[in-house]
Structures are given as C-alpha cells and as structure tokens.
Design a protein around this ligand. Structure first.
Ligand SMILES: [Zn+2]
Length: 100
C-alpha cells in the first residue's frame, strides 16, 4: 500500500477513534447526572472497536495494514474505506462468523 493511502486510512482511523472516545465521554456525563451508580461506561462493543482501531494504527506504523489476519491476502480497499479498522477479508470474516 502506498504511503499516501496509509496516511488516508490513518486519518480515518484517528477520526473514528476520536468519535468513539467522545461518545464515551458523553455517556459518562449522562451517567453522572442521572444516577449515583458507578457504571463502567465502556461497553464491550466500544472497547472492542477501540482495540481494533488501535491495532490498525499499529499496523499502519509497522507496514502490515490492509493485510487479512486470516489468510494474509490484501483486504480490498473499498472494504477498508467502509470500515478502516477491519482486519479480515470478506471470506475470512464469513468463516469467522459461521464459526462463532
Ligand atoms: Zn482473509
């Protein structure tokens, strides 16, 4: 993948990361105002998403971004464009989902 493309996806990932963090802060504020309970504002799916984004950012740095972790093929760019934190190609994703 070209450096300019990596920079593009890095920007997408950083803005996605920012959006998730802002969303979490908003939720934390709401919880503070409405209840006395101390809740973990980080839901499992958000924690997973943040983890995926961080992993993808690491991959951009070490040059393995855009490679499927299942079969090592190149993930099609439209797929990365739609979901920059994705780490599996379509086929491996299907296999992964049917296995669960
Ligand atoms: Zn694959």
């Amino acid at each position: 993948m070209k450096t300019s493309q990596l920079a593009h996806f890095k920007k997408l990932l950083l803005s996605e990361q920012q959006a998730v963090i802002e969303c979490l802060h908003q939720q934390a504020d709401e919880i503070d105002e409405t209840t006395d309970e101390v809740l973990d504002p980080l839901t499992e799916s958000e924690a997973n998403l943040l983890e995926k984004i961080e992993l993808a950012l690491v991959k951009i740095e070490n040059g393995s971004y855009g490679m499927c972790v299942g079969c090592s093929c190149a993930i099609p760019e439209p797929r990365l464009e739609a979901k920059p934190s994705v780490s599996l190609c379509c086929d491996c994703q299907k296999e992964h989902e049917s296995a669960v």
